[in-house]
Ligand binder design. Structure first.
Ligand code: NAD
Ligand code: UDP
Length: 385
């Protein structure tokens, strides 16, 4: 059984401070500010003697929280802005346990211009990573305006605040969804873009906004990272994917089958033109993905050059292969039933990861067994509180 969560440091109620709009300490505790790369590139504030910090919008979420850990491990510090609409309130406490240093969290909406201005005024932000977004493709069909508002409004509010503050380094969470139904596999970054639902539309529109803004002012250095399918959890099993409502994605659903919350996985079609008839995707361990952000940020800092890269493994796994991998992690066969195809689904999406390797030196290292084992360690621990 996992050891108890060591939160008894008087910080358990940290989240309450969120009523004041901020929780956490002064930031940077235990982290040498001198080790944090600063604004020595094409941005402003060149020569700022103070340590620099990375703003993580949506930093309490699944990918953001793992990136927080990876940034600290690489000698950066980070502050989080999150409205906790899709994150548990105890994530900052857990990040403190993992990293052993205070976590500075602003509770609020990324569209709140006054809050953004305050964050930039109170912290020497050297770069931002913009995770905050709504991300459920199915829901986006029902609520396109919400998706447009949060995903496009959030990005433009952040860009304006960054420009005001003289901070011009941005890493953006894009998605393989911008490839629509890829014609060439594995899919290179040069593939044509499209969208199949309002969520995909917002990701494509954000990429296009960034292209326009980046072209307008040479100080911008923007990384567009197209994630494939993030899976798994931090090795501590303290943070992981924790859907606040219905699990739309494959692995969170399988996890609920393993937990006994759902009877069986619905396999959305077994008549796709793939090796076993089920959909094939490129699953990437979230810790690898988090490391990709650090490498991308390093490249922005070192070169000042914008870049767009796929973050995937280059290997595809079918739904049945992933179910088998998760079954191995759990130690028993997990049941499935074949269901109709899901609207808007595609047969196969696998990354060409060669540009990330050549440009950033990034290669995913962890395989599907590690992804499923770490996911299971997290969700089974979470079940026990
Ligand atoms: P997540 O929902 O776990 O994280 C997003 C975080 O943003 C959450 O903590 C949420 O509370 C916060 N948030 C949402 N709206 C906000 C707002 N208006 N103001 C402030 N905070 C807000 O999702 P994730 O899986 O970590 O995804 C992060 C980013 O990566 C998103 O932009 C998503 O579209 C993108 N992405 C995710 C996947 C995936 O499969 N998980 C794949 C490709 C791209
Ligand atoms: N899938 C499935 N049952 C589920 C959820 C997903 O069979 O409950 C399949 C889906 O059809 C696709 C793969 O699993 O082939 C990955 O789906 P997910 O939604 O996780 O990722 P995306 O389709 O967005 O790449």
């Amino acid at each position: 059984p996992p050891p108890p969560l060591p939160l008894a440091r008087g910080r358990r109620r940290r989240g309450r401070a969120g009523r004041r709009g901020i929780s956490g300490g002064t930031g940077g505790g235990g982290v040498d500010p001198a080790a944090v790369p600063g604004h020595s590139g094409r941005g402003t504030r060149t020569g700022d003697a103070m340590g620099q910090t990375v703003l993580l919008t949506g930093g309490a979420g699944y990918i953001g929280s793992h990136t927080f850990v990876a940034l600290r491990a690489a000698g950066h510090d980070a502050v989080i802005l999150d409205n906790f609409s899709n994150a548990r309130g105890d994530v900052p406490d857990r990040l403190e346990v993992i990293t052993g240093a205070p976590v500075r969290v602003y509770r609020g909406d990324v569209r709140d211009a006054a809050l953004l201005a305050r964050i930039f005024a109170e912290n020497a932000i050297g770069a931002a990573i913009h995770f905050a977004a709504l991300k459920a493709a199915g829901e986006s069909v029902e609520k396109p305006l919400d998706y447009i508002d949060v995903n496009l409004g959030g990005l433009t509010a952040l860009l304006k605040a960054m420009r005001e503050a003289g901070c011009f380094r941005l890493v953006f969470s894009s998605s393989a969804t911008v490839y629509g139904t890829p014609e060439v596999l594995p899919v290179p970054e040069t593939a044509p873009r499209g969208y199949a639902n309002p969520y995909g539309f917002t990701k494509l529109a954000c990429e296009q906004i960034l292209e326009q803004v980046g072209a307008s002012d040479p100080r911008w250095a923007i990384a567009t990272l197209r994630y494939f399918n993030p899976v798994g959890a931090h090795a501590s099993a303290l943070i992981g994917e924790d859907p606040q409502d219905f699990p739309n994605n494959l692995v969170p659903f399988v996890a609920e089958v393993a937990l006994g919350k759902r009877a069986a996985l619905n396999v959305f079609g077994d008549d796709w033109p793939t090796r076993d008839g089920t959909g094939v995707r490129d699953y990437i361990h979230v810790e690898d993905l988090a490391r990709g952000h650090v490498m991308s940020l390093g490249h922005l800092i070192a070169t000042g050059q914008s870049h767009t890269v796929n973050l995937g493994t280059g290997r595809g796994y079918s739904v049945l292969e992933m179910l088998a991998a998760y079954s191995r992690a759990v130690g028993r066969e997990l049941p499935h039933v074949v269901a109709p195809r899901r609207a808007g689904d595609v047969a196969e999406v696998v990354a060409d990861p060669s540009k990330a390797a050549a440009l950033l030196g990034f290669r995913a290292e962890k395989g599907v067994d590690e992804m499923c084992a770490s996911s299971w360690a997290f969700v089974s621990r979470r079940r026990n509180g």
